[in-house]
Design a protein around this ligand. Structure first.
Ligand SMILES: Cc1ncc(COP(=O)(O)O)c(C=O)c1O
Length: 410
């Protein structure tokens, strides 16, 4: 019989959970497991020197940084040279948009959405400054999805790039990235996919999706405040170098990353791999699976657990007469992650997280930088939306506590 996620084992890895609060603001940033803390601590204690010199502390520093980079690359099925670790997804998109500017001629088209977080939006829209035509692919206000027909209607032979989200941070609906990428590729366009709100919930596989560029933030994936940008090797090679003139065109991803990586935080990324390995060992002992298969199996258990969380929260939010839920009511793990947003007509959204403080439940209201989606719903002036975002370390009992507390304050 397939195992189920051992929540006690999971939660024992997150020291911050010991304070008794129910943390459901995880789409804003996740807690970190002991493995990440230990890697960071070990690096700071022994290796805080310039890496790459011959003496032991420095040579080991370089090895640890590579270990962190390899852990993230392995997680998505890529090579270390195809993954740039930068300070944030916002910054990574900004850099990427500069690196590919020379590919665009005036009149070339770039498609962005009104569902995406501004990180995968603003930097692309600025390409209008060099003569690019920016087109907006709008989500369906009923399903809160980006539909393939909407994309097809915008694509032309001038479309060079389509930027869209795998899962919005204010809706939780999972998009079929492989299918949407095929639509863009068939029209000769590249894709840049924001997986920030998806990555904490499911196994990642850039090769299976065939995406050209893929983004996710590591501080929302149980790691430190960093972010990853994957790019196909030939595209990274062709992109304009942004670093010092003596950093070679083939030196990817460093040529795209002025200043290089944050050493200690990058080393600590190995702890994300270590945490997934620990979960794997616990649930699939004595297995010979490689790193990506281990992640696939672990996130399979995560998805099952999240479906149970979905069911509890949706049963309440989808049926409460005062609640306007955004996005799907279907709890299926195939179509949504446990990120829920809603409004209560007549009430300012910011009142509701405040009312849950006595229950020691941490949720939040606002626009979450998905300003264009919030504007499409017309709730910007009323505190935006209330968001409860759960991840695998939240228990079904916590989901019931959330629902009971909301029931009281709505
Ligand atoms: C879906 C999504 N994309 C992008 C970002 C931006 O990430 P970063 O803070 O790493 O720039 C966020 C942050 O909330 C997000 O939720």
């Amino acid at each position: 019989m397939a195992p189920t996620l051992d929540l006690e084992f999971v939660r024992a890895h997150f020291p911050a959970l010991a304070d008794g609060w129910t943390i459901m603001e995880n789409a804003g940033g996740t807690l970190v497991p002991t493995q990440v803390i230990d890697w960071l601590d070990g690096y700071l204690r022994r290796n805080q020197v310039q890496p790459g010199a011959a003496f032991p502390a420095s040579a080991e520093a370089e090895t640890k940084i590579h270990e962190g980079q390899r852990a993230i690359a392995a997680l998505i099925g890529a090579d270390r040279s195809e993954v740039m670790i930068g300070p944030s997804t916002t910054m990574n998109v900004f850099l990427l948009s500069h690196a590919i500017r020379p590919w665009l001629k005036p009149g070339d088209e770039v498609i962005v959405t009104n569902l995406d977080h501004e990180a995968n939006n603003g930097a692309w829209r600025r390409l209008a400054e060099i003569g690019a035509t920016i087109k907006e692919w709008r989500f369906d206000p009923d399903t809160c999805e980006l539909a393939a027909e909407g994309l097809r209607a915008l694509l032309t032979e001038r479309t060079r790039l389509v930027c869209f989200t795998q899962c919005s941070n204010v809706v939780g609906v999972i998009h079929d990235v492989a299918a949407l990428t095929r639509v863009a590729h068939d029209a000769g366009a590249l894709v840049c996919v924001d997986a920030v709100a998806y990555a904490p919930h499911r196994a990642l596989d850039v090769k299976a999706l065939d995406v050209d560029f893929y983004l996710f933030s590591l501080y929302k994936l149980y790691g430190p405040h960093l972010a990853a940008l994957y790019g196909k090797r030939e595209l990274f090679q062709k992109a304009r170098a942004l670093n010092h003139f003596f950093i070679g065109e083939n030196d990817i991803p460093l040529k795209l990353n002025p200043g290089g990586v944050n050493h200690e935080l990058t080393a600590s990324l190995a702890g994300i791999g270590g945490y997934i390995d620990a979960l794997h060992e616990r649930h699939f002992p004595r297995s010979n699976a490689d790193r990506r298969d281990r992640a696939r199996q672990v996130f399979g258990l995560v998805a099952d657990h999240e479906q149970a969380l979905n069911a509890v929260v949706l049963d309440f939010l989808a049926n409460h007469p005062k609640v306007r839920l955004n996005g799907s009511r279907d709890p299926s793990k195939a179509t949504r992650v446990p990120t829920f947003t809603f409004t209560v007509p007549g009430r300012d959204a910011t009142e509701i997280p405040q009312a849950l403080l006595n229950d020691r439940i941490g949720i939040r209201a606002g626009d979450f930088y998905a300003r264009r989606a919030i504007d499409a719903w017309g709730v910007g002036g009323r505190g935006g939306v209330v968001r409860a975002s759960l991840v695998h370390y939240n228990t079904v009992e916590e989901a019931h506590r959330l629902v009971a507390a909301l029931d009281r304050v709505l």
